[in-house]
Design a protein around this ligand. Structure first.
Ligand code: HEM
Length: 408
């Protein structure tokens, strides 16, 4: 399904320090400028009442405090939504200690470097296939024809779900992040659709086991007994939702950056080896600068973050991308430095929930950008067709029209 633009129905934000809204139409395209402005104004924690009382920490110190303090901040809410929204388990991301450890342990082996590295060759072939489909065209959409397909392919391969349902999965993701946070009826519709799909898949894998992650999840045990069905469904929902538009957004942001910074494109196109360490510096800077994922937490004990009191029952973002622009944490934080070597960014989170899929995401990002730059060493944004950006929890380009000036 094509991305249909932001889902904002609230009044437009004019005061980001006291009335922020991550579904506002300005967020997708301008979040970096918004955080930069708030940093410049010395705001450590911004506020809103749009989802009940909710916070947006902006500094590395504040974001680390929220992510590390699992006694005060629960992952039972992983996004900021209407306070009356029904929240359902998708562990490990929605679980707290002590349960979190067992959920994470179940999925961990599938994401180890040993499991991920062998995917490289097939993934390169897949990217080359997408590029071949663009053929001799002088215009293309780098999100719709390229970036969006790569993570779906990787997740489908790994979990064992059919790639022919890719449009359905992208539709679920769009509605999960852009519509459901303020529309409970939409959340329920999604729940019904996803439940039916996952239960059929789980039943199939129990009857017909395969060598895939879906079979592991279908048979998952907790304390020696088959895990409740809502937990097994939750694992599958998480793998899909966490694995697709996160990486699609990172790839799209990297391609957008290179299309609008020809000097950086030329720098990467001139690198002779895929293993040149300058690739790694450049891609880590893409992750820092454009980090796509913002999470949420429920405040469960009265506490204080950077002088801002937070009360039990309220909600907060864990604004990893804003922390990555904190001038106190990075030299020239608001500049994209393609050769930045010291880069302790938090795009993949911090603490016990740090991204399980980071090895996979890094491999996809590297292969996707290398193959594109090799094929199209000179391309620019299409001046006649604007880029569209997704708002909210996972921010990135959804339509990215480009003009190809030169191909290899
Ligand atoms: C560039 C791409 C990605 C980014 C920026 C990203 C970012 C994040 C972040 C910030 C968290 C921390 C959540 C929190 O603190 O609440 C997280 C957790 C997680 N990510 Fe990713 N992610 C990416 C790709 C992936 C991929 C490809 C997968 C594969 C399915 C994945 C699976 C997960 C899982 C399972 C967790 C939960 C870990 C836990 O709760 O212990 N991610 N990710």
């Amino acid at each position: 399904m094509a991305y249909e633009g932001g889902a904002s129905t609230g009044t437009p934000v004019t005061d980001w320090a006291n009335d922020w809204d991550w579904l506002d139409d300005q967020w997708g395209e301008n979040a970096i400028e918004i955080w930069t402005g708030l940093h410049r104004d010395g705001v450590s924690v911004a506020m809103t009442e749009r989802y009940g009382r909710a916070f947006m920490p902006l500094t590395m110190e504040a974001v680390r405090q929220v992510a590390n303090d699992t006694d005060s901040f629960s992952s039972i809410y992983v996004s900021v939504a209407r306070p009356d929204a029904v929240r359902r388990p998708a562990p490990p991301i929605t679980s707290d200690p002590p349960e979190h450890k067992d959920h994470r342990r179940l999925l961990l082996p599938a994401f180890s470097p040993n499991q991920i590295a062998p995917m490289e060759k097939e993934m390169r072939d897949f990217c080359r296939g997408l590029i071949a489909e663009i053929g001799d065209a002088t215009e293309a959409d780098a999100a719709e024809q390229y970036a969006q397909h790569i993570p779906v392919h990787a997740i489908c391969q790994m979990v064992g779900i059919p790639e022919s349902d890719a449009d359905l999965f992208r539709d679920w993701i769009y509605r999960t992040f852009q519509v459901a946070p303020r529309d409970n009826a939409e959340r329920e519709r999604l729940f019904i659709e996803m439940t039916a799909y996952w239960e059929a898949l789980i039943a199939d894998r129990i009857a017909n086991p395969r060598d895939d992650l879906a079979t592991v999840v279908a048979n998952a045990e907790i304390d020696g007994r088959l895990a409740p069905i809502e937990i097994r469904r939750g694992y599958l929902s998480l793998l899909l939702v966490a694995g697709i538009d996160t990486t699609w957004s990172a790839i799209g942001s990297g391609l957008w950056h290179l299309a609008s910074h020809p000097e950086h494109l030329a720098y990467l196109a001139a690198l002779e080896s895929d293993d040149d360490p300058r690739w790694e510096f450049a891609l880590e800077e893409v992750l820092r600068f454009y980090s796509p994922v913002t999470m949420g937490r429920k405040v469960i004990n009265d506490t204080e973050v950077s002088g801002c009191p937070m009360r039990a029952g309220e909600q907060t973002l864990v604004t990893f991308p804003a922390a990555n622009h904190d001038p106190a944490a990075f030299e020239s934080a608001h500049e994209f430095q393609i050769d930045r070597e010291q880069n302790r960014h938090v795009a993949f989170g911090v603490g016990i929930h740090r991204c399980l899929g980071s090895n996979l995401a890094r491999l996809e990002l590297k292969i996707a950008i290398q193959e594109w730059v090799r094929a199209f060493p000179d391309y620019r944004l299409n001046p006649d067709r604007p880029t569209t950006w997704a708002n909210g929890q996972v921010r990135g380009p959804r339509q990215l029209p480009v003009v190809i000036h030169r191909r290899a």
